[in-house]
Design a protein around this ligand. Structure first.
Ligand SMILES: Cc1ncc(COP(=O)(O)O)c(C=O)c1O
Length: 220
């Protein structure tokens, strides 16, 4: 029999590390914009999935695609290639503008994509005069693994976890003068959210982004 709230809570108390603050509701199922808890109460879900999962709950086409693929092939080692991964890369590349023919690196989370971006920037920097410093913005968020956490411009996430990965400098959002000062011959990359999310909702001024583009081009 399915557990009620107290049953689920006791599993979490006993077996799940308490690193997230939790709302005292155990969700049992979802449909469209609604979810139901273990006591059968219905809620309108204003989030319906974080980030790339903002798809609503159990859309029939999403469910059908997952069912079909699960019956064909669930996992294959990266030593092989397969059509679906190639097709997804093509679809993502075609959505990406301003980069020529963009290529895709597949990973499991935002923090891993940040790690990969930092690694690519430093590999490139080593071949271009030994550049390794990464510029980031104050109040930014780039993930919880070590390099991504080091790129994150908020001490609240870093507290107690030092030493962090070296080589990161932080610039105030929309301060073009500070950005110009921070760029030098050691700069390998700038990492920047056009809209800061976790840090609040703060937008990059288009002029700041234009200056960032210009400085990146200048220091290539
Ligand atoms: C800009 C940005 N980068 C990275 C991450 C980390 O993503 P994930 O939680 O999938 O590791 C987040 C998550 O909120 C994010 O907002």
């Amino acid at each position: 029999m399915a557990l009620n709230y107290d049953g689920v809570k006791s599993l979490y108390d006993n077996y799940v590390i308490g690193n997230y603050g939790r709302i005292p509701v155990a969700i049992a199922r979802g449909e469209g914009s609604y979810v139901w808890d273990t006591e059968g109460r219905k809620y309108l879900d204003f989030i319906t999935g974080l980030a790339v999962n903002g798809l609503g709950h159990c859309h029939p086409r999403v469910v059908e695609a997952i069912r079909r693929q699960a019956g064909e092939l669930l996992h294959i080692h990266n030593n092989f290639i397969w059509e679906q991964q190639g097709r997804l890369a093509e679809a993502l590349s075609k959505q990406t503008t301003g980069m020529g023919q963009a290529k895709v690196f597949f990973c499991n989370s935002g923090t891993e994509s940040t790690e990969a971006g930092i690694k690519i920037a430093r590999l490139w920097g080593k071949q271009h005069g030994g550049k390794s410093r990464i510029l980031s913005l104050e109040n930014s968020f780039h993930g919880r693994t070590y390099a991504a956490l080091s790129a994150t411009g908020q001490t609240v996430y870093q507290k107690g976890l030092d030493p962090l990965v070296p080589g990161f400098d932080y610039v105030p959002l929309n301060d073009i003068t500070a950005l110009e000062k921070a760029f030098d011959e050691r700069t390998a990359a700038l990492i920047c959210e056009p809209v800061q999310g976790e840090g609040g909702v703060f937008l990059c001024d288009p002029r700041f982004l234009e200056a960032a583009r210009r400085l990146c081009d200048k220091h290539q």
